[in-house]
Design a binder for this molecule. Structure first.
Ligand SMILES: [Zn+2]
Length: 511
């Protein structure tokens, strides 16, 4: 009895030892949040194909398979050009530049064919269809069939996450920006890639974490890191914020999650909430804020007549079954176009009311729809509408209606009174009836009489206005000495800056 107990104890001890060894080896293989990899979709959907051509200057390729984040080596070739071609049933061939087969492989679930250049070099992808793909990439390339019956394969670039951030930063912001603005954007880039983003945009089991376009964030491989003096600057910004991400500290379902740290070019002095711009309530940290520090924004403008507005409402853009477009299409001759209201702390227009001569009106609600309408309205003019941060000035018939650049910024000449304007021939008295060329926000413009009522659109800033303004971040760093954390807290509400290690956050493989 006693001996039997002892045997059992020894047996239990041995099992415990084996299990400890197993778990410790599993622990060693687990991915480290600080050195993890990201999966970037380079070709997918209609851009995926059954033939890819890759080249390298690093002495050839290694091939094998990917288990999601790890490359398993099976062989190598000295060929500097390789072709990967699939005939379906998950089968594919690796060929050299002359079309001679080097090896064949059959993809399985969680085990897809992969190649990488020798000596940690760069792979040049010759785009089968996308013009934005002809770049050099670090990391390895994985080929994942769209389905078990498809010949087309997704091309997925698996790369160290921090190196990915270093490649993206100069695609989104130039090295000439102040260091604190570059650091702020580094945190945005890292955070955005870890947010529950792929599922929102590309669907579950897509096989990658982010795509390579501005749909997620621009990733042109290593192409923007080629100039050393610029690379040293942008790499330093990413290194200085290594692993740092933002989480939402407010209440609700987003609490504790990494945020969708949306950013854009220029606010024109205020941002707009994600809900006003796009509807929904999924980004409670992107609310409207005033940005008086931002002064280096672009200004733009255009003039439209009531007839232009009416013609647009009857165009094919609005002859649609989509309810808001249909409502615009069904209006009669347009009498007025008005900005209904803006959000608190914002000058971005997200409610625009159109009224016809019979008194019927429709209010376009949501910034992206206002933008869609206005963008088409001014199409063809010298400068297109660049954001939803604009004002409307009603113009009477037979006034001159022109925005002239003065010492105080753009001013409207909208009456018959005499004004001195700067023209190509020096200062000239300008009055109704004369015809002259003046300098406006749209460049040189001929001033002529307007025979129809309409509106002068005067705008500021560039892009959607949600989240962090790059020009704002730049002005804050340059003119106010704000550090990157102050900049981030300025643009994102109720967030904390933490790290991937702190969160133990590992990007999913997303097969
Ligand atoms: Zn995307």
């Amino acid at each position: 009895m006693k001996r039997r107990t002892k045997q059992i104890l020894i047996f239990v001890a041995m099992i415990t030892l084996v299990m400890t060894l197993l778990s410790s080896s599993a622990g060693a293989a687990a991915e480290d949040p600080s050195t993890q990899k990201i999966r970037v979709g380079l070709c997918y959907g209609s851009n995926s194909t059954s033939n890819y051509t890759l080249t390298t200057k690093s002495g050839g390729f290694e091939y094998g398979y990917s288990t999601g984040k790890e490359f398993v080596l099976e062989g190598e070739t000295s060929a500097s050009t390789i072709k990967i071609s699939s005939s379906g049933n998950q089968k594919l061939s690796l060929m050299n530049g002359d079309g001679e087969t080097i090896t064949t492989f059959t993809n399985q679930s969680g085990k897809n064919f992969a190649v990488r250049p020798k000596n940690d070099g760069l792979t040049y992808v010759k785009s089968p269809s996308k013009s934005d793909l002809n770049y050099d990439y670090y990391g390895y390339m994985e080929f994942m069939h769209n389905s078990s019956t498809s010949t087309a394969m997704k091309l997925i670039n698996v790369i160290d996450f921090e190196l990915y951030c270093k490649c993206v930063l100069p695609c989104e912001l130039s090295a000439s920006y102040p260091m604190e603005a570059l650091k702020a954007l580094s945190v945005c880039i890292r955070t955005l890639a870890t947010a529950d983003y792929t599922q929102d945009r590309h669907g579950n089991n897509i096989g990658f974490n982010v795509c390579n376009t501005t749909d997620c964030q621009a990733y042109y491989g290593n192409s923007r890191r080629e100039v050393e003096k610029n690379r040293l600057i942008t790499d330093a910004a990413v290194d200085a914020t290594r692993g740092q991400v933002m989480i939402y500290t407010g209440s609700g379902s987003e609490h504790g999650k990494t945020i969708q740290s949306i950013y854009f070019s220029s606010s024109g002095g205020s941002t707009v909430s994600a809900s006003a711009q796009w509807g929904g309530s999924s980004m409670p940290y992107c609310v409207a804020v005033r940005v008086p520090e931002e002064t280096s924004y672009p200004v733009w403008g255009a003039t439209v007549t009531l007839e232009d507005i009416y013609n647009l409402t009857k165009s094919s853009d609005f002859n649609s079954s989509t309810s808001w477009k249909k409502a615009i299409y069904s209006l009669g001759e347009i009498k007025s176009m008005e900005i209904v209201s803006a959000e608190e702390n914002s000058d971005h227009v997200y409610k625009l009311r159109l009224t016809d001569v019979d008194g019927n009106s429709y209010t376009i609600t949501r910034g992206d729809r206002v933008y869609f309408f206005m963008h088409r309205l001014v199409k063809g003019q010298t400068k297109n509408i660049s954001s939803t941060n604009f004002t409307l000035t009603a113009l009477d018939p037979y006034s001159t209606n022109i925005g002239v650049i003065t010492a105080e910024g753009e001013q409207i000449i909208s009456s018959a009174e005499q004004v001195s304007v700067l023209t190509g021939s020096g200062e000239e008295a300008y009055s109704l009836g004369t015809s002259t060329t003046v300098l406006t926000a749209n460049g040189k413009q001929d001033v002529s009489l307007t025979s129809s009522s309409g509106y002068r659109i005067s705008g500021k800033g560039y892009s959607h206005g949600v989240g962090l303004s790059q020009k704002g971040a730049s002005d804050m760093a340059k003119n106010y000495g704000y550090d990157y954390e102050t900049i981030l807290h300025k643009f994102y509400t109720d967030v904390a800056i933490t790290s991937l290690e702190e969160l133990e956050l590992i990007l999913p493989i997303n097969y």
